[in-house]
Design a protein around this ligand. Structure first.
Ligand SMILES: Cc1cc2nc3c(=O)[nH]c(=O)nc-3n(C[C@H](O)[C@H](O)[C@H](O)COP(=O)(O)OP(=O)(O)OC[C@H]3O[C@@H](n4cnc5c(N)ncnc54)[C@H](O)[C@@H]3O)c2cc1C
Length: 405
C-alpha cells in the first residue's frame, strides 16, 4: 500500500445512528484513464472530486474500504469552524503575524464556502452556530483579551465576554470567553455523500473497495496500480487519504494521536441558550455542539499515542470522563449517552495541514494532516488543488505546501 493502513475509529458515532443515501460505486474490473484520480473517498476526497467535476474534468475516486465515507469522516464531531486549533495570537508567534492572519482569514472564507456548497446541494442538518471559546489553562482571561485584539486586527471581529456576561447570557461559570460568529455544525457523512453524489452527477466515477499499492510518475501523467494489479492512468493524482499518510509524502511535525467523543440522549428542551459551539482554551480540552435532534456531542480527552488497541481500551474510561466534565460544565443537562466512539486524529506544531504538490512527484498532489479543523481544511484543499489542476495559482498555497516551515 502507498499509505499506512490504520484502524481509524472504534465505537459507533452519532452519524451512524442516522440513515443516509448510499453513494453509487462499483469495484474495478480493468484499467482506467481519467483527468484526475482522487485516492480517498472521505470528506476531503469528496470536496476535491466535487470541485474538479464541476470544472468539467473526468474524475475517478477510489477508496480501499468497502464503501465510500467509511474512514475518519464518520468519526468527526463536525464543528466546521474558522477558529482554528491554534489561536491567532499563538500562531503569530509560530509563523509570523502576516501568515497567521492569512491562515485565519482563509479559514473564515472556507467556512463560508462550505456553507454555500452544502446549501446549493440542499444537504440536510447544516446549522449555523456561533462559537464560545472559554478561558482555560492555555489562554486565561488576559490571554483571551490578547486573542480578541489579534482577531480584530485581522478583520475577524468577535465579542469578549466577561464573567458576568457569560453567566447571564449562557449560564456558564468561567472568567471570560470569546464569542465568534457564523460557524457550521454539519453531519459529515451526509455532507460527504452529497458531494460525492454531486461529483457523480457531473460525470465522476467512484470505485471501492480499491486500494492503491503503487504510483508511477511519468513526464505528462501518473499511473496508480491497484491491489488487483489494475492501472489507473491520469493527468493528475490527488492523495486524500486522511490520517493514513502516504509513505512518500514528507509529514515531519505531524503526528497521529487518539481522541474520544460521546453523544447524549436527545434532550432538545434542556440545551443551553443559543446552542453555540463551546470549547475550552485548555489542555486537555473539552468541546461541545448540539445536533438537530437535540443531542449534545462532546469530545476531547486526546492521548498522545496512535496505538489503536491502547486507544480502544481507554474508551470506557474516557467516556466516563467526558460525561463527568459535561455534567460539571452544564449541570442542567443530561449526560446519559447513546453513542461513544474514538478515533485517530492528526496534530501538528502549527495546527495547519499539508496541502499541495508532492515534492519529486510531478502531477501528484496531497491534502493531509488535519486536526480539529479538518473539514475547514478539506475545503481549502479542494480550492487549492482544483486551482492548481486548472492552472490557477492560489494566493495562500504557500501557507500549506510541503516545504518545511
Ligand atoms: C473524533 C474526531 C472528531 C473530529 N472533530 C472534528 C471537528 O469537529 N471539526 C473538523 O473540522 N474536523 C474534525 N475532525 C477531523 C476530521 O474528521 C478529519 O479531518 C476528516 O474526517 C478527514 O477526512 P478525510 O477525507 O481526509 O479522511 P478519511 O475520512 O479518513 O478518508 C480517507 C480515505 O482514504 C482511504 N485510503 C487511504 N489510503 C488509501 C489507499 N492507499 N488506497 C485507497 N484508499 C485509501 C481510506 O480508506 C479513507 O476512506 C475530527 C476527527 C475525529 C477522529
Amino acid at each position: 500500500m502507498v499509505s499506512t493502513a490504520r484502524d481509524l475509529r472504534t465505537g459507533r458515532s452519532v452519524w451512524e445512528g442516522r440513515s443516509t443515501a448510499k453513494v453509487r460505486h462499483a469495484g474495478l474490473r480493468g484499467d482506467l484513464t481519467a483527468d484526475v484520480l482522487v485516492i480517498g473517498a472521505g470528506i476531503t476526497g469528496a470536496m476535491i472530486a466535487d470541485a474538479l467535476a464541476q470544472d468539467g474534468l473526468a474524475v475517478i475516486v477510489v477508496d480501499r474500504r468497502d464503501d465510500p465515507v467509511k474512514g475518519s469522516t464518520v468519526a468527526s464531531t463536525a464543528l466546521v469552524q474558522y477558529e482554528i486549533d491554534t489561536p491567532l495570537s499563538m500562531l503569530t508567534r509560530k509563523i509570523g503575524k502576516a501568515d497567521a492572519m492569512r491562515a485565519w482569514r482563509r479559514s473564515r472564507l472556507a467556512v463560508e464556502s462550505v456553507a454555500a456548497r452544502l446549501a446549493e446541494l440542499k444537504v440536510p442538518d447544516v446549522t449555523r452556530r456561533d462559537g464560545l471559546y472559554l478561558a482555560g489553562n492555555t489562554l486565561d482571561a488576559q490571554g483571551l483579551e490578547r486573542e480578541h485584539a489579534a482577531r480584530r486586527e485581522a478583520g475577524l471581529p468577535d465579542r469578549l465576554l466577561s464573567r458576568n456576561q457569560l453567566k447571564e447570557r449562557f449560564g456558564l461559570a468561567r472568567s471570560a470567553a470569546l464569542l465568534g460568529y457564523g460557524n457550521l455544525a454539519i453531519d459529515p457523512r451526509k455532507a460527504a455523500h452529497a458531494m460525492l453524489a454531486a461529483a457523480i452527477g457531473n460525470g465522476a466515477r467512484v470505485h471501492a473497495p480499491v486500494a492503491i499499492t503503487d504510483i508511477d510518475c511519468h513526464a505528462r501523467s501518473a499511473t496508480a496500480i491497484t491491489d488487483r494489479g489494475h492501472a489507473i492512468t491520469c493527468r493528475y493524482l490527488v492523495m486524500a487519504t486522511g490520517y493514513e499518510f502516504p509513505k512518500f509524502v514528507p509529514m515531519r511535525g505531524h503526528t497521529i494521536i487518539s481522541t474520544y467523543a460521546i453523544a447524549t440522549v436527545k434532550q432538545p428542551k434542556r440545551l443551553w441558550p443559543e446552542q453555540c459551539m463551546i470549547w475550552e482554551a485548555s489542555e486537555p480540552y473539552l468541546y461541545l455542539r448540539t445536533t438537530p435532534e437535540g443531542r449534545i456531542v462532546c469530545g476531547g480527552e486526546d492521548e498522545d499515542f496512535s496505538d489503536e488497541e491502547k486507544r480502544d481500551a481507554l474508551l470506557p474510561r474516557k467516556t466516563r470522563t467526558l460525561q463527568r466534565k459535561l455534567r460539571k460544565l452544564l449541570p442542567g443537562v443530561s449526560a446519559e449517552i447513546d453513542f461513544a466512539w474514538c478515533g485517530s486524529f492528526g496534530q501538528s506544531g502549527t495546527g495547519l495541514p499539508r496541502i499541495g504538490a508532492i515534492p519529486g512527484m510531478p502531477h501528484c498532489f496531497a491534502a493531509l494532516g488535519y486536526g480539529g479543523n479538518g473539514i475547514t481544511y478539506s475545503r481549502i484543499a479542494a480550492d487549492i488543488i482544483a486551482g492548481a489542476v486548472n492552472g490557477r495559482a492560489d494566493c495562500d498555497a504557500d501557507l500549506y505546501g510541503f516545504r518545511e516551515r
